[in-house]
Design a protein around this ligand. Sequence first.
Ligand code: A2P
Length: 279
Amino acid sequence: KPVNQTSAVKATPTLPDAQIVTDVKHWTDRLFSFRVSRPASLRFRSGEFVMIGLMGDPDPKTGKQKPLLRAYSIASPAWDEELEFYSIKVQDGPLTSRLQHIKPGDQIILRPKPVGTLVHDALLPGKRLWFFATGTGLAPFASLIREPQTYEDYDQIILTHTCRDVAELEYGRKLVEDVRNDALLAELMGEGFADKLVYYPTTTREQSPRMGRVTDLLKDGTLFRDLGIEGMSAKDDRAMVCGSIGLNKDLKDILESFGLREGANSDPAEYVVEKAFVG
Ligand code: A2P
């Protein structure tokens, strides 16, 4: 699909690096997602992040305004005409306390310099790809499960998502459902591609069919038993991790105990990690 400046909204950008909000969805009182126009020149690899934000309040002394920017994983795939983001709302957070109020037609600032390690290039070839997310750490995987290369490169893709309660899983649940039913994706990736995608949501603070932190379910073998998989090996398994600092650290230790090594763009290996945007 060609990459076009969206034509859905006619407002003219006035801020430097301004993009226009085209859609906003509130999932819970703590979570929302939104879509914005895509700069015609922006190329990125599915899984990367960019800096986005709003103009800050005027400096009380000088009256000057500076952009207030934070790192956000792009949740849409590289082929999408627009850009999608998935965000927490922090009531006293400098950016998200204001960003949560954006509406279609509003402007946000988007620095068009995508970077990040949760990309296919940072992993060596393998058979099974694990995506481990907590909370808004789902965002890069929302991009990657809509990326054709994910299905070309792997026999099986397992998306795990751990949240406090069931409502916080909804963005991911809906996304997986949409991916499985999307005719355009089926055309891009071939019929039956969705059979490769396994979705494994868990909650930690509300009753649901699967309870517990994914780290605990890995350590006690529940995750493998549930999926009918024997375990992980450096030969076949590749992993991407995106969540809180605690999750990232705990999963690094678990993955290394299976013999997987951390990779980078310049030095691909068996797993990669990135901190989810917080506050
Ligand atoms: P828990 O409820 O046991 O803290 P948050 O909403 O605070 O960002 O957390 C999102 C989810 O990540 C929660 O379900 C939380 O579980 C889980 N979590 C937090 N830290 C870890 C960790 N070190 N390993 C695995 N899961 C974690």
